[in-house]
Ligand binder design. Structure first.
Ligand SMILES: NC(=O)C1=CN([C@@H]2O[C@H](COP(=O)(O)OP(=O)(O)OC[C@H]3O[C@@H](n4cnc5c(N)ncnc54)[C@H](OP(=O)(O)O)[C@@H]3O)[C@@H](O)[C@H]2O)C=CC1
Ligand SMILES: O=C(O)CCC(=O)C(=O)O
Length: 269
């Protein structure tokens, strides 16, 4: 958050000054300096693949659903754009400057242009400006916090009027809110899975750097889709067998993988 490919270029340059040219040392670089095509969109793209997998499991499709997105930076704007491309209706979007709303669905490409020109979402024609403090309680099918952490708390979790919360930001839901949302039967898809598209394509970038071979955009997107879809299946299986939430399932899956590797290396008791 608050960084971009230029920041990563500076990190690469600084490290390489002392250790020789080392592109694999940092990811999210500009493509001209060994970054992966598709990394800029990857987190939002992964959020959309995750949302698609979740909705499919509930017999729903992005095109039938309404979305509210908090945050319109890298993750929020790509998520909005790709949801819109798949026919989803984005009703409300906010950033630190304000929030905009259109009950018929926001023209996301237009909002992106407005944001590029003005530095914020506020004042976009074709929408009405609305209160950014009420974004998390706007009625919708899928609420996507894609800004800062700790935004869903015991104070506001009772006000959420979505059926699903897809955590695009890191730790947007605190433990009290998690409990309240669960009691209200609101399904939360946790950050550790939902926003993993970014780190997954960072892994692809690292692989490309050590191979010295750059992938095509199509390969990045389709491989990411395979990873996100398979990860959903693994997650769902654990949740079913343990009768637990997606967050608990994701933690169990991760810890179990590390534990198995630890035992295989002979470190077990
Ligand atoms: N980029 C990535 O690859 C990944 C990012 N994440 C997580 O996703 C989240 C967003 O990251 P990213 O999009 O990269 O960051 P950016 O810096 O690109 O965008 C952050 C966005 O959040 C908005 N924002 C900041 N404070 C508030 C607030 N109080 N209320 C509403 N909106 C606010 C900003 O508004 P404004 O522009 O007006 O300041 C901006 O639109 C973070 O939690 C990050 O950790 C997780 C995985 C990967
Ligand atoms: O690209 C990465 O390595 C990590 C990105 C990420 O997960 C984050 O910003 O939280």
């Amino acid at each position: 958050m608050g960084t971009n490919p230029q920041t990563m270029a500076w990190i690469l340059d600084e490290y390489s000054k002392f250790h020789g040219y080392s592109p694999a040392v940092v990811t999210g670089k500009p493509v001209d300096l060994g970054g992966s095509v598709g990394r800029e969109a990857a987190t939002g793209r992964g959020v959309v693949y995750a949302t698609e997998a979740l909705l499919k499991d509930f017999g729903k499709h992005i095109a039938d659903q309404t979305f509210v997105i908090q945050g319109f930076g890298n993750v929020g704007s790509w998520t909005a754009r790709l949801l819109c491309e798949k026919g989803g209706k984005v009703l409300v979007v906010s950033d630190a400057t304000g929030a905009v709303q259109n009950p018929c669905g926001i023209d996301v490409p237009g909002l992106i242009r407005h944001h590029q020109n003005t530095g914020g979402v506020k004042g976009f024609s074709g929408c009405i400006d609305t209160d950014p403090n009420s974004v998390l309680s706007e009625p919708c099918d899928v609420l996507i916090p894609a800004a800062i952490g700790g935004v869903l708390t015991r104070e506001n979790a009772h006000d959420v009027r979505a059926k699903f919360v897809v955590e695009a930001a890191n730790h947007p839901t605190d433990p009290d809110a998690d409990e309240i949302l669960a009691k209200r039967n609101i399904i939360v898809l946790p950050d550790v899975y939902a926003n993993a598209g970014g780190v997954t394509v960072s892994y692809f970038e690292w692989v490309q750097n050590i191979q010295g071979f750059m992938w095509e955009k199509h390969k990045v997107s389709t491989t990411l889709e395979t990873y996100m879809t398979n990860a959903y299946k693994d997650l769902k299986e654990v949740c079913k067998s343990k009768n637990c939430s997606y967050r608990m399932g994701a933690f169990c899956l991760g810890i179990d993988r590390v534990a198995r590797a630890t035992v295989l290396r002979g470190w077990g008791a």
